[in-house]
Unconditional design. Sequence first.
Length: 279
Amino acid sequence: MTSAVDRYAVFGNPVAHSKSPQIHRLFAEQTKQSITYTAELAAIGQFAQTVGTFFKNNGKGLNVTVPFKENAWSLATQRSTRAQRAGAVNTLKLQEDGNVFGDTTDGVGLVRDLMQNHGIQIKDKAILIIGAGGAVRGVLEALLEQQPTSLLISNRTKQKAVQLAKDFADLGNIDGCGLDEINQSSFDIVINGTSASLHGKLPALPGSIFKKDACSYDMMYAAQATPFMQWSRENGAQQVFDGLGMLVEQAAESFYIWRGVRPQTRPVIEHIRNLLSRS
């Protein structure tokens, strides 16, 4: 009698748009891992029960997307240090002893995409990151580990940015300000960590924020250049990227946590990019 295939999934609400099933199917084929991976809609208020049922039915691990990352943090009985600090979890793994391990792989995904896929050095660079929500909180530790000269969080609500900077102040030179306080400062790397691009909008930013040879990065992605990417090109950013590579890289880190095998990401990024271009 053959044993059941290990099950993995992404839980979210909504979740039908997720590219995670395609990404992990490609990872599994590449690494010859026998798994299934699906996108599962979890009802609001039913996350813990839905996860419990999944794990009882040969579920081995989960990716978690909005709006459940904080729920996943609470559900985890063990957490990585980076997840503990971030206060949110995007990866759950059922351990053999029944404990549920929680981790956050977004920061690793962002840094690997910048450094390995795009050749962007972070050390000794001045970074501006726009937004102070969960997406930004999840990447700050990984960015500060690369020892930038400075990291400024700018947010429409100044106090959220200031508090977030305080939460990570022990890791490096980090500060927070309002969007209207950037003034004439300029940066080597500018990262949009807001969801404004999903709604066709732009954060209110001065056009002088890019240093010579600056890099602009939108954590969102789409088939076409996002409004933030278009604005960045028009205002002097020399290298402009979206977050598709971050998505695939954070998925690869989750896959490694679950299976102990690290897949190659570049062919998967290219495949998903081609799918987007045809959509």
